[in-house]
Design a binder for this molecule. Structure first.
Ligand code: ADP
Ligand code: MG
Length: 458
């Protein structure tokens, strides 16, 4: 490996090195747990590589006096695996403030500023394959994502990952990005949310700079667009995306897309794009089962080895919190915080108390009628108006809100929802959902009302 000093890097070297160092950090977290990492190793920085010795720095001798005997070997072993070709690693003290970003937080923003020069959405260093727990509900999606990361050939295009919120779509996509970058830093991987894609597109239109927008996206090796449903209904963005898509497919470049529903169910996406999207492999992330939830919690527990939570409490969480992994993690973190911060042992009763709201939300089956009732009360209209044909805004808007919430909080299909609102057509429901979504985006106080209402059902 070439010698370097972090003070004298150009930006592309910086990205590659930080990228490698990120992997080291992620591995360290994996091995020593979050809390030990934060206390001791989080301030470890890349310093330089000279004559095949990699120098890492810590800001004080207090830290290094502890880290070297306790973690020195571990750091060395991991660095040797990742900075291939180095002979050994040395930890030195450097108390000069180093402006070059190479810690977790900085790295994320660095990635978003410089990496791939595309200003993509940042990649979360915690999302990698090694901490993605595989179970029946996600094994296919996982295998497909792995396959894409491991080879330079394009076997299927695009890879379309879909599933409800909090089931691991973004986690998988980031994993692919990290994995590709660590295998082959020269491959240009661009990850961004569909929202960001649209933002970039609109910006380039405004600056009359559409050519460089096109070039930027069409010169990548792997393009990942997260939450594609966001560009549904945005015709010009969709059109541009479609062209980018086609041109990348023609060049045999890999595309990975995620969405909250399958390509064929993407309302507001043109037929051509929709069929293009279903062309490759569609990997669904299904709802988790008990076993997977338990395994995820076990992994989380391993990441914080100093925090002890009884097995029966873990099992309770896995049993009760069925909605999604994000919520499961949130519940677990809450318990950890309790153990760390409150000087009271955690038992079953206290755990139930702490997670009271989450358990309750996971217990309830909300019906469209519940929603109509609550929303009518909230907006002070008659419940029967939910079903009536009245179209004045004071009635129509709450009705749209109720439709939106019915879609978000129940498992009813659009036609079923339409029927329950006085026999309306499913397109009316789609329209309502879109309307509310767009109002939420443009009107903060409206979004707040929706949030309040949502909380009563979730
Ligand atoms: P989505 O993008 O589908 O809404 P995310 O990928 O953001 O969901 O996942 C939500 C949270 O759950 C993240 O913190 C992620 O790490 C975690 N998660 C989801 N699935 C898994 C899994 N199979 N193993 C470990 N963590 C998971
Ligand atoms: Mg996501």
């Amino acid at each position: 490996m070439k010698n370097f000093n972090v003070e004298k890097l150009n930006s592309s070297e910086e990205i590659v090195l930080n990228n490698l160092f990120m992997t080291v950090q992620a591995k360290l977290v994996e091995e020593v747990g979050q809390s030990a990492f934060k206390s001791w190793l989080g301030l470890l920085r890349l310093y330089e590589l000279k004559n095949d010795v990699l120098y890492l720095s810590l800001p004080s001798s207090f830290l290094s006096d502890w880290v070297i005997p306790h973690y020195g070997n571990k750091v060395d072993t991991i660095c040797k695996k990742i900075f291939v070709g180095i002979k050994k690693t040395k930890i030195i003290v450097n108390n000069k403030i180093n402006n070059k970003a190479n810690n977790f937080q900085d790295f994320v923003s660095l990635t978003s500023k410089n990496n791939l020069k595309n200003n993509p959405s940042p990649l979360d260093p915690r999302f990698n394959f090694s901490n993605f727990v595989v179970g029946k509900s996600n094994e296919f999606a996982f295998a497909a994502a792995k396959k894409v990361a491991e080879t330079n050939k394009v076997f299927f295009n695009p890879l379309f990952l879909f599933g409800g919120v909090g089931l691991g779509k973004t986690h998988l996509m980031h994993s692919v990005a990290w994995d590709i970058q660590s295998r082959n830093p020269d491959r240009k991987v661009v990850y961004l949310s569909a929202e960001k894609f649209m933002y970039e597109f609109v910006k380039s239109l405004r600056h009359k700079d559409i050519m460089s927008f096109k070039d930027k996206f069409r010169s990548v090796d792997v393009l990942m667009i997260d939450d594609i449903q966001f560009i549904a209904g945005k015709d010009s963005t969709q059109e541009e995306f479609f062209h980018t898509f086609n041109s990348l497919v023609d060049q045999k470049k890999q595309i990975i897309i995620s969405g909250d529903r399958s390509p064929s169910d993407l309302d507001g996406v043109g037929e051509r794009l929709r069929s293009r999207l279903s062309f490759g492999i569609v990997g669904e992330l299904y709802k988790t089962d008990y076993e997977l939830r338990l395994n995820i919690l076990e992994l989380k527990a391993k990441e914080s080895p100093n925090i002890k939570i009884d097995r029966e409490i873990i099992e309770l969480l896995a049993k009760k919190i069925t909605s999604n992994v994000r919520e499961l993690e949130g519940a677990f973190r809450r318990l950890c915080a309790h153990v760390e911060l409150v000087n009271r042992p955690l038992n079953m009763d206290i755990a139930k108390q702490i997670l009271h709201d989450i358990f309750k939300a996971n217990n309830r089956i909300v019906t469209v009628e519940d929603i109509q009732k609550k929303v009518s009360e909230y907006f002070n209209i008659r419940q029967s108006d939910m079903l009536s044909t009245r179209r004045s805004r004071v009635i129509a808007r709450p009705r749209q809100v109720a439709m939106f919430l019915s879609k978000a909080c129940t498992t009813k299909s659009l036609p079923e929802i339409g029927k329950l609102f006085g026999g309306r057509d499913h397109t009316t429901v789609i329209h309502a959902v879109k309307k509310i979504e767009s109002l939420c985006k443009t009107d903060m106080s409206f979004a707040e009302h929706i949030n309040v209402l949502k909380k009563t059902f979730f």
